[in-house]
Design a binder for this molecule. Structure first.
Ligand SMILES: Cc1cc2nc3c(=O)[nH]c(=O)nc-3n(C[C@H](O)[C@H](O)[C@H](O)COP(=O)(O)OP(=O)(O)OC[C@H]3O[C@@H](n4cnc5c(N)ncnc54)[C@H](O)[C@@H]3O)c2cc1C
Length: 556
């Protein structure tokens, strides 16, 4: 066959989520192309997301997470996957690669017409002594999961330290606790779970503490010893096992060496067609940069959901398709014991740093009626006052968090305004939701703040306000006020507010609150209707105030 008629040769580097998605889509579009994947690991197309549950024994066999082998891809897609083959270098001018067979040590050359970089990411390792000790692990692939599980079975550790409290760290905490191990979490930042804002982190911390997990925030690990970890405040935690979960970085060495440009996030820069700066070189998955649908900025979110999407788009484009990447909100979700934690879009800090004029609501509602076992979730929503669109949402709750988050993400993706949320015709029956779903309530709170003069103030902003400049009204029953109340608050229960409000100055701003916000809003309405000039309802009420107070106390 001469060169002109020769089938296109597509070479892909990396065979997990992005690489295999690219290959499968390319094959669906093109029966003729030669498709080859080089993968230096022995496992391919696995569920990295299930690995913590394999370690904890909830997934019995590693095979359940690694259901596909090269034969599957050969038989189903006519794709050749060469495992334990590492691509050492690429010459983009000659369109050639040098590969090493890791089993034999032999190196050889190959050629490509189109190259896909799906080299993924690597767990970061803090630069401290002791990280290479035999009881210290990172978790990235099936081999690392098997090594950790074998270590636990053979050594029966009684204590563990998880360094880093991102979602992988916390999923590991749950699985180690369930395996009967006493766990400490070491987090350099002042809060656990940096995935959410500081004012939601106390709910996550509370969940950990209830499970007897020692939570150490604002401290960094400085040295690891057999049986313990030293921290930078001079203390030590016991640890027969150490999991390092301090984040991942994109694998870009090969790409940089061949002249591929990386973006501001440190991952490979691609356009919406997954093309890099070099002709016929694509990149997708955890090695590549994406962009935010909220503000268009470059974003690095190494997640399986995005990697699969990017891989499919790369596979489509390189075989003549027309798919285009539309960006991501940056949605993530994970389970922590009986809790679910989800976040999407901008955090409060990111929104403020970007210069948005924001309104924030903390909406605390059960996922379904209490008579059906409904339990509260806290929904923090951040909206732009100018466009009235959601910028970000974070939810901590028990059940039904995934459903709410997915609706919010859909709303953000579709560019709905906050007032549209109330009008969504969401599914309702008592086993699933409340008549007005928590999503509708969030929309109502934000809409009332933006259009009906029912302003909201966050506990953070209240604490930063000079007490002399504001009047704070506790609208709960007197007994609740006596048990605990917001600093400087006076007790004026909702039922007697009309009689008592003469004691307040109508021209001075007032903040009303109740336990979670609803009665606080009723008190706010009364005061506004009686001519008070500026009345705020405390976002999330006393419950959110207490959470916030906790995080302020931690900072001191
Ligand atoms: C414990 C854990 C839990 C997770 N949970 C979730 C979750 O709940 N939800 C979610 O969306 N995501 C989750 N993720 C993230 C998800 O697993 C990744 O986003 C996904 O695996 C990325 O796929 P990828 O193909 O881009 O990269 P990777 O999975 O990193 O695969 C890249 C592959 O390329 C290979 N490679 C690199 N360089 C070369 C080379 N030079 N030659 C040959 N081969 C090479 C590597 O060996 C690797 O196997 C989790 C990850 C982990 C580790």
């Amino acid at each position: 066959m001469n060169k002109v008629n020769r089938p296109k040769r597509i070479v892909i580097i990396g065979a997990v989520a992005a690489g295999t998605s690219a290959a499968a889509k390319a094959r669906r579009n093109d029966e003729e192309a030669e498709i080859v994947i080089y993968e230096m690991d022995e496992h391919i197309s696995y569920s990295g997301c299930g690995l913590p549950y394999y370690i904890g024994g909830k997934v019995a066999n590693l095979e359940a997470l690694t259901p596909r082998d090269p034969k599957f891809f050969r038989d189903k897609y006519e794709v050749d996957i060469l495992i334990r083959h590492k691509v050492l270098s690429v010459d983009p001018a000659a369109k050639t690669l040098v590969i090493q067979n890791l089993a034999t040590g032999e190196t050889f050359a190959d050629r490509y017409d189109v190259l896909v970089l799906s080299t993924g990411a690597t767990s970061m390792i803090p630069p401290i002594p002791g990280v290479d000790l035999p009881h210290v692990f990172t978790l990235r692939n099936p081999l690392s999961a098997r090594t950790i599980r074998t270590f636990i079975e053979e050594h029966q550790p009684k204590t563990a330290a998880v360094v880093g409290s991102g979602f992988i760290g916390l999923e590991m905490v749950e699985n180690l606790v369930d395996a009967g191990i006493l766990v400490s979490v070491v987090e350099k930042l002042p809060q656990v779970c940096p995935f959410v804002d500081p004012d939601l982190a106390p709910y996550v911390e509370e969940t950990l503490v209830k499970k007897n997990v020692t939570v150490l925030t604002g401290v960094a690990a400085t040295e690891i010893w057999p049986g313990s970890v030293n921290l930078d405040d001079g203390s030590t935690v016991d640890a027969d096992l150490v999991i390092l979960a301090v984040g991942v970085r994109p694998n870009t060495t090969l790409a940089r060496d061949m002249g591929v440009v990386v973006g501001s996030t440190g991952a490979i820069a691609v356009n919406t067609r997954m093309q890099t700066n070099l002709p016929d070189v694509y990149a997708c998955g955890d090695c590549a940069e994406t962009f935010s649908i909220i503000d268009g900025r470059p974003l690095y979110r190494p997640l399986g959901s995005t990697a699969n999407k990017m891989g499919r788009i790369a596979g489509d484009i390189l075989t003549g398709g027309s798919l285009a990447f539309r960006g991501i909100a940056g949605t993530g979700i994970f389970k922590l014991f009986d809790h679910t934690i989800a976040a999407s879009g901008l955090t409060e800090k990111q929104a403020r740093d970007s210069g948005y004029d924001i309104v924030i609501s903390h909406n605390i509602k059960p996922d379904k009626p209490e008579y059906f076992g409904g339990r509260e979730m806290v929904i923090k929503a951040i909206a732009d006052r100018k466009t009235e669109k959601l910028l970000g949402v974070q939810i901590v709750g028990y059940e039904g968090v995934d459903k709410r988050m997915d609706v919010f993400v859909t709303a953000m993706t579709a560019g709905l305004g906050v007032s549209d949320l109330f009008h969504l015709d969401l599914a309702y029956a008592p086993p699933f939701a409340t008549t007005k779903d928590p999503i509708l309530y969030t929309g109502m709170i934000l809409d009332n703040a933006l259009h009906r003069g029912r302003d909201i103030i966050t506990a953070d902003d209240l604490m930063a306000t000079d007490p002399a400049e504001i009047q704070v009204v506790d609208a709960r029953v007197a007994k609740q006020y006596q048990e605990h109340h917001v600093d400087h608050a006076v007790s004026m229960p909702h039922g007697s507010l009309r009689e008592q409000m003469a004691a307040l100055d109508k021209d001075k701003p007032v903040v009303t609150y109740c336990n979670k916000g609803t009665t606080g809003n009723a008190a706010q309405n009364i005061l506004i209707n009686h001519g008070f000039r500026k009345v705020y309802n405390l976002s999330g009420g006393h419950k959110q105030y207490k959470a916030c107070k906790k995080c302020h106390e931690k900072k001191q």
